[in-house]
Design a binder for this molecule. Structure first.
Ligand code: NCD
Length: 315
């Protein structure tokens, strides 16, 4: 039962609870009328202290499609945070008005802190370079839908796959959340492709080692490409760099283009949490293996499933 629960990082939900969410999301996708008015009269507060397009819009679309309503801000400059209000106070206010809170904040740990002050569920829509669990739900549902075995739970569905991550693995919160979530499944292999400065944090690689997950760290995308079933491309996270020179030096380390796609499996799926900057050439969009726009759509279905569950309108 997810009613009343917060989602701060991917391991907050069990493997079985995730499977229930994916099944619900698939049912919502199949049947547009299912749960249509289930959240009538409920309010979702969206508190975005950092820029967002997809995450905020997909949460709003999800809530509206469930018949509920949204309130909030997309620019902290227009909220009382600009007057010096603490996060704890902003969250207590939002919880007084709304039935659930979705929050994005540049500080690692902000969502956890918010959940400690909030009597209503808090959903972490990104806390600095730390976690982004609803992007992980999106990513896993996409992998399941495109590469999974019909009717199987996620574990059976993705066993045997090699998942590559490429780009900014140090600051990319979507990478941390997805790698952490994948570490719970058997028979999965991970390949991390990044320059040395942008390698995945040690807490992630240590966790993989502890869980006996086979992983490889490399600098070469071309060499890794032929072995991958899923390639998760990421943007270099400019806003988390300490200086602009480093960003400029590293930003175009990897550009996935038509030439590199020739090295890949015929049934590779390319994911990207978006926004894309330069790391995937536009010419790749026409390749049937490019799944990043579909992925954005699955994000809305899984967020509908999540909201309906934490708001307690489904079992
Ligand atoms: C990601 C994020 O905010 O971490 N975007 C998203 O939510 N889809 C990835 C990014 O900004 O690079």
């Amino acid at each position: 039962m997810l009613a009343g629960r917060s989602l701060i990082e991917p391991l907050n939900f069990s493997v079985e609870e995730m499977d229930d969410l994916f099944a619900l999301a698939e049912r919502i996708e199949e049947d547009g009328a299912y749960l249509r008015d289930s959240c009538r009269g409920k309010l979702l507060a969206t508190l975005f202290f950092e820029p967002s397009t997809r995450t905020r819009l997909s949460f709003e679309a999800a809530m509206l499609r469930l018949g509920g309503s949204c309130l909030g801000f997309a620019d902290p400059g227009s909220s009382s945070a600009a007057k010096g209000e603490s996060l704890a106070d902003t969250v207590r206010m939002a919880a007084a008005y709304a039935d659930a809170i979705v929050m994005r904040n540049p500080k690692e740990g902000a969502a956890l802190l918010a959940s400690r002050y909030s009597p209503v569920p808090v959903i972490n829509a990104g806390d600095g370079g730390h976690h982004h669990p609803t992007q992980t739900l999106t990513d896993l549902l996409t992998i399941k839908r495109l590469r999974g075995k019909p009717g199987a739970g996620l574990g059976d569905s993705i066993g045997g796959l090699t998942v590559g991550f490429c780009g900014d693995l140090r600051f990319g919160r979507t990478v941390h959340s997805l790698a952490k979530a994948l570490a719970r499944y058997d028979n999965i292999r991970l390949v991390f492709v990044s320059p040395p400065e942008l390698q995945a944090p040690e807490y992630i690689t240590r966790l993989l080692a502890r869980e006996h997950i086979e992983y490889l760290e490399t600098g070469g995308l071309e060499e890794a490409m032929p072995g991958l079933d899923v390639l998760y491309m990421t943007r270099v996270q400019r806003e988390r760099f300490f200086n602009e020179e480093d960003y400029i030096r590293l930003k175009d380390t990897y550009v996935l283009n038509r030439e590199k796609m020739k090295l890949a499996k015929k049934n590779l799926i390319i994911l990207h949490p978006l926004p894309r900057v330069n790391e995937i050439a536009v010419e790749v969009d026409a390749d049937s293996r490019a799944a990043y726009f579909k992925q954005a759509k699955y994000g809305m279905y899984v967020r509908m499933a999540l909201l309906a569950s934490v708001l307690g309108v489904v079992d």
